[in-house]
Design a protein around this ligand. Structure first.
Ligand code: ZN
Ligand code: ZN
Length: 644
């Protein structure tokens, strides 16, 4: 018998050689129908692979990322089988899962593939999926593996085999297709119920442009047709809401070749949004007892050696500059500067918790191929703060930070979010993580405790911690269901000691504070990118660069329009007058295109009665009102930060 430990800590005994799928069946048939793979002792495995030792078991379904990627990788095998039946003699390179689906790189031997072929392949894949062929695993000797692919004439797989040794080679077969693969895969093709092949692209073998160009086919599959339909609808919406498209149309940001890749320029409209977000953050942080600081954008090498950014974070930093025989680095994080502010004065327990906040500008190296609109940039403005506290204060402070996240989510209408506790990997202590095994375990337990006490749902992931401690990564979902990793709440037990940060305790001893790093609004770059998609560019009034546009029907009423504008300005409402010599219909259309929340049409009647005719973007005519009444209503919307 073997002992299996479940995620909730329950231990059960099973016959040696039992599979995860059989265990799932013994719990319920319904569960077994959903199990795609299993995590056995932390390693993702086929659900049909015998388990021969004691160990921990996580059953993976579509809901877990590992389950989903196993599903998509298995779909790549299914696609390869369909391709081989249509294009005999095709040779395959690799077919991994990606963020949304999978691809397979292949050599079609000079034949080309069309959109039409993709539709035929989808039909073939559906037919093969219906057969519910199992993915069967077989360990193969290197000699036999080489012979198989030599007979098949597939030099790409032979190239892969060169890097492998006897004992680590496995074949997987489903239906008529056998692939060299270390797995894992889903139990059988019958799980794949909906298929969409999305794209054909060229890809150089091994990513090297000196090599032959292979054909890459992208696809995505789902366990039901309903999920595929929803996904396609979401894609369609996402295209309309693309932050790069909206950012251009609404004059939010731009890039320039001379400024450099990944370095966005914020235009006047974008800058208004930035200032409104900072106002919100400053008000919120002031209420929560934070103090604001300002620090330089660079620092000497010695500081980053002390902080551990060199070497642990070196790859994400810009290369150093030399000045007067010293090296300087652009800051990739604000923490070390804040630690120096903590250290600038003697501190006592009465000063704690000390909360230092700054919208800090950071510079990070991202490969040019990874840059993407505002989502991946090289210059970022972070809603940063560091909280220095005692161990006793930690739980309360950590909880308060979590509550701040929730407050913001409410303001921005973010209904769906996931908190992820990212832990260290003991095997990488001293490389990726600071080598303090005991402190890692203690702080991880402390964070877990707070999350559990607060009844905040969270998932745990190994090997994703910061180099100085565990963290909570917060993933939020836009209204169309796209996921954004935005903010983190991190615990740091290491940097306080590295910087010799000390305070005097009540017993007149010295101790090192714990540090919480937090950035609930993430960076301006990513958060505004998110907001543009989330609101489809229709920002709430308080965030809108232009809140009200006054539209005189003709030149005759331009003076009255300017009087209205002055009233708006006096009430701190951002307005503009459209006094172009255009028809009123055109003025309205242009204001609608710019997604300006309120349009005030003014003509003879409005002028004589000191009124305005109101149009709401996306709603239409809202009738006439006295100027003062309109202003009172809009003020209320702005002050309450209403998101419609
Ligand atoms: Zn595979
Ligand atoms: Zn920090």
């Amino acid at each position: 018998m073997i002992k299996i430990t479940f995620p909730d800590g329950v231990v059960r005994e099973y016959e040696k050689g039992i599979t995860a799928l059989q265990i799932a069946k013994s719990i319920s048939e319904g569960l077994a129908r959903k199990v795609l793979a299993a995590k056995v002792n932390g390693q993702v495995w086929d659900a049909t692979r015998p388990i021969n030792e004691d160990g921990s078991l996580n059953l993976l379904t579509w809901e877990q990322n590992d389950g989903k990627s196993t599903f998509w990788h298995s779909s790549a095998h299914l696609m390869a089988e369909a391709v081989e039946s249509m294009f005999p003699g095709v040779k395959f390179w690799v077919g991994p899962p990606v963020e949304n689906g999978f691809y397979y790189d292949m050599d079609l031997g000079g034949k080309s593939i069309t959109e039409d072929d993709l539709r035929k392949l989808e039909v073939k894949m559906a037919e093969l999926a219906k057969q519910a062929n199992s993915y069967s695993r077989k360990e193969v000797s290197k000699n036999d593996a080489v012979k198989y692919f030599r007979d098949k004439g597939d030099e790409y797989k032979l190239d892969l085999l060169e890097g492998l040794k006897d004992g680590e080679i496995t074949f997987y077969t489903q239906g008529n297709f056998t692939d060299l693969c270390r797995g894992p895969h889903i139990p059988n093709t019958g799980f794949i119920k909906a298929i969409k092949l999305t794209n054909i692209a060229g890809a150089y073998w091994k990513g090297d442009e000196k090599n032959k160009q292979l054909t890459r086919i992208y696809g995505v599959t789902f366990p039901s047709q309903k999920e595929l339909d929803e996904y396609l609808k979401m894609l369609e919406e996402a295209k309309k809401r693309d932050h790069r498209k909206l950012g251009k149309e609404l004059g939010i940001f731009t890039f320039d070749d001379d400024v450099g890749p990944g370095l966005p320029l914020w235009l006047p409209n974008g800058t208004v949004i930035i200032e409104e977000l900072e106002k919100l953050a400053k008000e919120t942080e002031m209420d929560a007892g934070y103090k604001r600081v300002v620090t330089p954008h660079l620092a000497k090498e010695s500081m980053y050696i002390k902080s551990g950014h060199l070497p642990y974070y070196k790859e994400s930093m810009f290369p150093p500059m030399e000045l007067e025989g010293m090296k300087y680095y652009m800051k990739s994080m604000n923490c070390p500067h804040h630690h120096k502010i903590f250290a600038a004065e003697p501190r006592s327990y009465k000063d704690l918790p000390l909360r230092l906040a700054e919208y800090g500008t950071c510079y990070r190296y991202e490969q040019s191929g990874e840059l993407f609109g505002l989502m991946r940039v090289r210059c970022l403005h972070m809603n940063d703060a560091h909280i220095y506290c005692t161990k006793e204060q930690f739980a309360q402070e950590f909880r308060a930070v979590n509550q701040m996240y929730l407050k913001y989510f409410k303001i921005f209408g973010i209904d769906k979010y996931v908190m992820r506790l990212s832990l260290h990997d003991p095997a990488k202590l001293g490389q990726k993580y600071i080598n303090e095994p005991q402190l890692w375990l203690e702080t991880e337990a402390m964070v877990r405790q707070v999350m559990t006490n607060e009844k905040i749902p969270f998932v745990e992931v190994a090997d994703e911690g910061a180099f100085y401690g565990p963290k909570i990564d917060v993933q939020i979902y836009s209204i169309i269901g796209r996921e954004f990793t935005l903010a983190t709440n991190q615990v740091d037990f290491a940097q306080g000691r590295r910087f010799d940060l000390e305070y005097t305790t009540a017993n007149n001893e010295t101790d090192t504070p714990l540090i919480i790093h937090r950035a609930p609004l993430g960076t301006h770059e990513r958060f505004i990118g998110f907001l543009l998609e989330h609101f489809a560019g229709n920002l709430p009034v308080w965030l809108s660069p232009v809140q009200v546009k006054v539209l005189p029907i003709s030149d005759k009423f331009a003076d009255y329009a300017r009087t209205v504008l002055q009233h708006l300005k006096n009430a701190d409402i951002r307005g503009e007058v459209d006094d172009r010599n255009e028809k009123i219909g055109k003025k309205i259309r242009d204001a609608e295109l710019m997604k300006i929340p309120y349009m005030l049409v003014v003509g003879e009647k409005e002028m004589n009665e000191n009124k305005v005719s109101i149009r709401r973007h996306g709603v239409g005519d809202k009738g006439q009102k006295a100027i003062a009444d309109f202003i009172a209503e809009v003020r209320e919307e702005i002050v309450n930060r209403t998101s419609h």
